[in-house]
Write a protein that binds this ligand. Sequence first.
Ligand SMILES: Cc1cc2nc3c(=O)[nH]c(=O)nc-3n(C[C@H](O)[C@H](O)[C@H](O)COP(=O)(O)OP(=O)(O)OC[C@H]3O[C@@H](n4cnc5c(N)ncnc54)[C@H](O)[C@@H]3O)c2cc1C
Length: 313
Amino acid sequence: MNDNVIDELKKVLPEDRILLQEPMRLHCSFRTGGPADLFLRVSSREELEGVLRILRQAQVPTYLLGRGTNVLVADEGIRGAVVTMTDRMDRIEVSGNTVTAEAGAPLSRIAAAAKDHGLTGLEFAAGIPGSLGGAILMNAGAYGGEMKQVVREVTMLKSTAASDQGSSGTEDTVVTIPGEEMEFGYRTSRVKTEGGIVLSATFALEEGDPAEIAAKMEDLAARRRDKQPLEYPSAGSTFKRPEGDFAGRLIEEAGLRGFSIGGAQVSEKHCGFVINRGGATSADVMAVIDAVRARVFETSGRMLEREVIYLGM
Ligand SMILES: Cc1cc2nc3c(=O)[nH]c(=O)nc-3n(C[C@H](O)[C@H](O)[C@H](O)COP(=O)(O)OP(=O)(O)OC[C@H]3O[C@@H](n4cnc5c(N)ncnc54)[C@H](O)[C@@H]3O)c2cc1C
């Protein structure tokens, strides 16, 4: 990485939050992936904007990372910069029936804050291991709940053309978008299709009984522990649910329960999860994903779509 870029970054970010050649396996739930040239931990919108301006001017490819629970990073790592807000841009505020959280806040903490204030609606999110930013991009959901049902508005940073910044000029604008205009769909949203960076979101919830909310969360957590291979690194469901069916059922029917390549395996506990059994590379995980898609297509005529996002490849 160009020394000038690093010198510039040091003006907007403390040095201990500028990491060079940072192994991405430390930041992804699959526990695979090579080093990112630059790994930047921002703690405020001002820092984020400063970092983005410098990276853009220097034309450094830039990737955003939440808690890394839905991504697979190339074994070769990432040529460019990874920016994360999960360290300190994670404030949560409760006011009346609304909860506002910053992009780096873990969903589990947001759901817990809602519960502690007797607010119902986010129980489904308590066991999803991602951050708010990743959850908005993915319209994360579980057990009949999804972001779409509870998000009142999302505040984002959008890149727009700036007429006063020369030929390559773009600038970042903060916009607040109502939930109904977020184009939330199954594991997608307008952030995924149009780009942009989630800064924060506000949830509109309802008053509920704290004991009932806690009991529902515990019930869903028990269902997860019972059905999902939580003891192994993974990115949760590897494939999207095909219409009218389940990826896990199709994979099992194709005879792939326990199928493995290198250290990656179709979970024996839940066929919809590809897991890292130990020592897997991202190439192993990708090879299992490709083999599963091909075999399921042969046996059922259905082409599974990946839910996991590939980063740096
Ligand atoms: C054991 C396990 C269980 C899971 N169960 C579920 C489940 O029940 N339901 C479900 O929906 N998902 C589930 N997941 C998947 C994952 O937790 C969700 O998709 C989650 O929303 C991803 O959030 P993240 O912060 O980890 O995002 P990351 O994986 O870090 O990133 C995902 C995408 O979001 C982008 N992104 C991250 N932050 C921002 C931001 N601030 N602005 C714009 N883009 C951003 C990244 O660039 C990337 O493209 C599970 C994963 C695991 C490991």
